[in-house]
Ligand binder design. Structure first.
Ligand SMILES: Cc1cc2nc3c(=O)[nH]c(=O)nc-3n(C[C@H](O)[C@H](O)[C@H](O)COP(=O)(O)OP(=O)(O)OC[C@H]3O[C@@H](n4cnc5c(N)ncnc54)[C@H](O)[C@@H]3O)c2cc1C
Length: 249
């Protein structure tokens, strides 16, 4: 497989010799990536998860896991009046209006369903209480039994194993390749990657039949697009450019 980077940062793929294929490639093994993998597999797709670190779970596995969700049974049992609209208004106010309304709406509208999914499908146990965290006008913070995201990640990994989904650790997404129609046709990854050495590991090219799910977390630098002066940062920059271009599609 060969590719080159055009002057405007776009990649031009000129051969289709991929090392392997999958329907859906999930990048990142936190809450988002593992949930997407479970759903994609349930929909009948072949799925590979790649994770750049040695261990699974990302920030999700170590977070305090206070889940904000409106209208849950735990709230209702305490007579707490709450709604998606109220959560949306609270988030916009806390974000001083700088947040992206469409994304806030998605979070507010889906939080209760996601919470229910963790209880009913994953069998995650929660403390029988609800907290009022900063920025929220009512108590809507739900806490896992061990006060850690590991309670959810652990149950997600159990499901992943039951479904026979591969997770490949130390596999770093380096570049996305788009075809002439702007669809992702493949990716370049580094297998055997050792964080944070961007030259480590060996290059592999995976052809994609259906989709790539970027569940790489929310590093504030993810979308910085200024070309770095340090050569070692080039691959991270190319990945950022790939992501930015996808956001513009
Ligand atoms: C200490 C702490 C406490 C927190 N407490 C709360 C809380 O109480 N409530 C709350 O709502 N949120 C909390 N958060 C935030 C919350 O943890 C995150 O928003 C959430 O875990 C993000 O999940 P994710 O799946 O999007 O990303 P992550 O869990 O970060 O997973 C992303 C994964 O992608 C991998 N990755 C990145 N780039 C690549 C690449 N190029 N190739 C391959 N893999 C890659 C990373 O290694 C990582 O494993 C907390 C965070 C921390 C750190």
């Amino acid at each position: 497989m060969g590719s080159e980077t055009g002057g405007n940062g776009s990649e031009m793929v000129f051969s289709n010799r991929w090392d392997e294929f999958c329907d859906v490639l999930i990048v990142g093994s936190g809450f988002a990536g593992l949930a997407a993998a479970i759903e994609a597999k349930a929909a009948g797709s072949s799925v590979i998860i790649i994770e750049k670190m040695r261990g699974y779970g990302g920030n999700s596995a170590i977070c305090d896991c206070g889940i904000a969700a409106p209208g849950t049974p735990i709230q209702q049992a305490r007579g707490i009046q709450d709604s998606e609209e109220q959560m949306y208004a609270d988030m916009m106010a806390a974000g001083l209006g700088l947040n992206q309304p469409a994304l806030v709406k998605t979070v507010a509208e889906n939080a209760a369903d996601v919470f229910r999914w963790t209880v009913e499908t994953l069998k995650v146990k929660y403390k029988d209480r609800v907290n009022q965290f900063g920025g929220h006008s009512v108590p809507r913070g739900h806490t896992t039994h061990n006060r850690s995201g590991s309670a959810i990640v652990g149950r997600q990994l159990k499901k992943i194993r039951e479904l026979g989904i591969q997770i490949r650790t130390r596999s770093f997404l380096q570049q996305l390749h788009l075809n002439a129609d702007g669809r992702i046709e493949g990716v370049t990854i580094r297998e055997g990657y050792v964080f944070p050495d961007v030259h480590s590991g060996t290059i592999k090219h995976i052809g994609i039949h259906q989709a790539v799910v970027l569940a790489t977390g929310g590093s504030p630098e993810t979308f910085l697009l200024e070309k770095p002066r340090i050569p070692g940062c080039m691959r991270q920059w190319m990945l950022r450019q790939s992501i930015q271009r996808l956001r513009n599609l």
